[in-house]
Design a protein around this ligand. Sequence first.
Ligand code: AHG
Ligand code: MN
Ligand code: MN
Ligand code: MN
Length: 345
Amino acid sequence: EPFVPPPTDLITLTRHVLGEGFQRAEKSAASGDLTILLSSLQTTCKFIESMVRKASLINLIGLAGETNSTGDDQKKLDVLSNEIMINALRASGKTAVLVSEENDEAIFVGEKKEGSTFEETRGKYCVVFDPLDGSSNIDAGVNIGTIFGIYLVRDGSKGTLEDVLRPGTEMVAAGYCMYGSSANLVLTTGNGVNGYTLDNQIGEFILTHPNIRLPDRGKIYSINEGNSAYYHEPVLKYLDSIKFPKGEGKKPYSARYIGSMVADVHRTLLYGGIFGYPDDKKSKNGKLRLLYEAFPMALLTEQAGGVATTGTKRILEIQPKTIHERCGVFLGSKDDVNDLLKFYQ
Ligand code: AHG
Ligand code: MN
Ligand code: MN
Ligand code: MN
């Protein structure tokens, strides 16, 4: 039997990020900066992944005891993941402003240095993130994730709130890492969407899903229908239309709802269909947060050929007023989301 060498011709995230031109992002920043930032985010996801995998074994399950500014009870893993991310992003030397679900205020890098062992360098990128998405699923061992979006500071700015209070169309990159049966990092830098799977033995994300494209139509709808009592008319009518389709040979859609946005969006990107967390009579602006949940997922969806809307407007065009504001979300296959939009007209 001839010796078969290990497949070292595979494409790692590191190599892909280094090699692919970042048309949208690198245009106006020092070349290589985004590469370093993405590399630091990649490491962060590996750290969180390893914590998630052993959470049940090292007492990382359960509540941390505090509430965050959007009213969520923080879990231990929310707090730990947040610290891991903040430390890594500060240390990268490439960030100016950080916005996290778990911090009431934005963090301005280079301002305070107490507790830090190194001289903090300010960079040109702003990172908005949800360190641990799907907290309610942690203790049950169900898929969870990390979501991030990246802005470049505006010309001449040292990093202010205005640099992150910008429409999603201005994000230069966005992605998430899903911690499921495998860890999957999905990333866009404005030039399509690529998916990478973590090979735990060599500690590298390998390109396994190049150029992810949403099918134009899917067969799955994903929404917390337990909120039906609060839904507005267009949502109820749309749901009715896919559950009781009229027309010869038309089949009802299948329901899949995990309750971790990362996992529900990941499935939607791969299988198609529609995911929604609409605003309703109880939650006037929905539940999902615009900056670090809706924007990154909307950018990924559009970059994969899908549509992302609140029902009345394109998500990416919303001008944020505050860092933790919320918005209604529908995203997924073009034809499916357009069917929904007909009920809003
Ligand atoms: P997070 O855990 O980061 O606070 O986000 C929770 C979000 C999101 O992951 C998911 O889509 C949604 O909450 C689920 O909410 P419901 O439990 O109301 O369905
Ligand atoms: Mn939360
Ligand atoms: Mn979340
Ligand atoms: Mn979260």
